[in-house]
Design a protein around this ligand. Sequence first.
Ligand code: SF4
Length: 202
Amino acid sequence: MVNTCAFVEAARQESIEAILDLAGRRRPGARLVVTGCLAERYGAELAAALPEVDRVAGFGEDLLAAPVALGPTRGAKVPAFDLLELPRPPASAPWAYLKVAEGCDRRCGFCAIPSFRGRQRSRRFEDLLAEVDALGAREVVLVAQDLASYGRDLGSPGAIIELVEAVAERVDRVRLLYLYPSQLTDELVEVIGATGCPYFDL
Ligand code: SF4
């Protein structure tokens, strides 16, 4: 199974190379499945261009069910089965990513992510903290397309402040990926600075 990226050309190229590499090395009877952003965004073209692929599957697609139509026509719908809430095993390294939200409500001119990831869906505060506890990592990397907007879709704008504080109480280090520049308020900078590992990506 190849989990592809479609964000920049180099990533698209790397995804194609990974597909072709696996296609050339697979054992008899093995199925080759391609999923992720490239599959979601260019599903039909990908399937036509790569006959060696057995299945091109978009986000949250049931691989045992019949394929659904992929590509731009599918638009920015939210998958019926959102992978966000899948249970995870404890971290096998001292650090772990924590997906805080999926999707993005912004429309930066250069970016296609909202068109296939859909609107922002924030995970519940309690679920995130429970996952931090279960992961058992010393460092947690909070991830969302528009992390500082965490909670806005739940009616709690500014909840990122509370989230960073709560996670920092549980682990040694918290890192933040990715903040929209205008959302980097003085209050958020102070909270990040107080975590002991002041790190964020804009
Ligand atoms: S905030 Fe990020 S994910 Fe959202 S549209 Fe802009 S670049 Fe894309």
